[in-house]
Design a protein around this ligand. Structure first.
Ligand code: FES
Length: 128
């Protein structure tokens, strides 16, 4: 995933950072060029309170960190929860959305709306 997909121009990607760690929730708050100036810090503050963790730290159950671009800049603010990308996140709803996403199976970082489109295309091709 990189900014080449969304043309924000930040060229920031963190592909080497693990989005999934078995047995631990990985919550990554994008702080790159588009998300950063908006609500990244306010969202992180809400999550720090909720998890009792500081940014860029972890305990036995969760890892909470800032990261670079998730590739969905036009839908800032973005958070990845075990690889599931949440878009258009506001600070007041961040904790509820993250807790809901923790119940989902891990993902590869593809946003849900992209996953739906891929499924639709595959279904059409299969039925054709
Ligand atoms: S800046 Fe690109 S997803 Fe946040």
């Amino acid at each position: 995933m990189s900014c080449e997909n969304c043309h924000c121009g930040c060229q920031h990607t963190d592909e080497s950072r693990p989005m999934v760690i078995p047995g631990k929730d990985v919550i990554q708050v994008c702080e790159s060029r588009t998300c950063g100036p908006r609500y990244s810090r306010a969202i992180m503050a809400e999550l720090e309170k909720h998890f009792g963790l500081a940014a860029n730290s972890e305990n036995e159950k969760a890892r909470l960190e800032f990261r670079g671009c998730l590739g969905y800049c036009s839908q800032a603010n973005n958070i990845a929860v075990n690889g599931n990308v949440l878009s258009n996140v506001l600070p007041a709803e961040a904790v509820a959305r993250v807790d809901s996403a923790r119940l989902l199976p891990p993902s590869d970082g593809t946003a849900p709306e992209i996953q739906k489109e891929i499924s639709r295309i595959l279904e059409e091709d299969f039925l054709a």
